[in-house]
Design a protein around this ligand. Structure first.
Ligand code: AKG
Ligand code: FE2
Length: 227
């Protein structure tokens, strides 16, 4: 299941991230790929330990942490430090899967990737192509969002980025280990959370049924979460 997270960064936040990364040391995206991804991937990335990636990554993580929608949808336990990529001049990322387990070189950071996230950092009118295409149970979902908006999708999915034939597509991407590993269970919690928020706004947080439903949410989370 795909979840769109609108306006994770406002235009000023996008501009701030872009100022940092546009001046960064862009390099061939295959510098860090395994052999299968290397066949599929044609883009540029900021080296993950570059000052620009670390500084802009902090901005992206702060913005995600401030988004109740991100937290409710992802129930994050671990987040891979955000990476940054750029496609231009026909570059693309053909169909592939993301690694299930990610290690950060030179550290003891280790995580299971349950969810992938792309945060778009360029105005969609400024480039042609560059749709993120995710294959899920219901077929292909094509995603191209305004600058500052993000999409969460299962890391288990086959996905690709269409060739960019005009302009440049700039994005941040990262992986999340969720407290709730199973997509179906996570979806139930997300739907329940949103419904409880709506009923709470309607009836008031002190309403007895709102409190009981909040209890059901937490009891399901207690059952399903690795915290
Ligand atoms: O550029 C994107 O939106 C996705 C990148 C991607 O799929 C990857 O790096 O594994
Ligand atoms: Fe990917």
């Amino acid at each position: 299941m795909l979840i769109v997270l609108p306006d994770i960064l406002d235009p000023a936040g996008v501009a701030q991230v872009r100022r940092v990364i546009d001046a960064g040391p862009w390099a061939d995206g295959n510098a860090t790929s395994g052999p299968q991804a290397a066949l599929a991937k044609r883009n540029e990335q900021l080296p993950e330990d570059s000052g620009a990636a670390v500084e802009a990554g902090r901005m992206v993580l702060d913005a995600l942490g401030r988004s109740p929608l991100f937290v409710a949808a992802a129930l994050p336990l671990k987040v891979y430090p955000p990476l940054f990529n750029r496609y231009a001049g026909g570059q693309a990322f053909d169909v592939h899967v993301d690694n299930a387990v990610r290690l950060k070189r030179g550290s003891d950071f280790r995580m299971r990737s349950d969810l992938s996230l792309t945060l778009f950092l360029e105005d969609p009118d400024a480039y042609d192509g560059g749709e993120l295409v995710v294959e899920d149970l219901y077929g292909e979902q094509r995603v191209k969002l305004s600058a500052g908006s993000a999409v969460l999708y299962p890391a288990s999915s086959l996905h690709r980025v269409e060739p960019v034939t005009r302009g440049a597509r700039v994005a941040s991407f990262l992986w999340i280990q969720s407290m709730v590993r199973d997509d179906g269970e996570r979806r139930i919690l997300f739907d329940l959370d949103r419904a409880v928020q709506r009923v709470g706004a309607d009836k008031g947080q002190g309403d007895r049924s709102v409190i009981e439903l909040t209890g059901v949410y937490h009891n399901l989370l207690r059952r399903w979460a690795d915290a």
